[in-house]
Design a protein around this ligand. Sequence first.
Ligand code: ZN
Length: 85
Amino acid sequence: MDVYCPRCGEPYDLYYIQHEITTEERKDFWAGKGCQSCRGKEVAKRPFRAQISAVLRDVLGDDVDGIAAQTEDAEAMLGEGFWEK
Ligand SMILES: [Zn+2]
């Protein structure tokens, strides 16, 4: 299952985020401080999926499987709208 950077909306496999990056990178990712794609770069407009990811993190906390599952549901419900820039 994929999760999305809460800052730029870049998709990542949940396993990658939870197991293949450093603890600090993971904390920054979930805190919305950025990912390897957007760290140190300006994000002019956060994509909708990034906002969804941030809200789910606020609501579900450390339940990352829940975040991934709810994000998948949002993508199924919103269709093209999920990928809006
Ligand atoms: Zn990012």
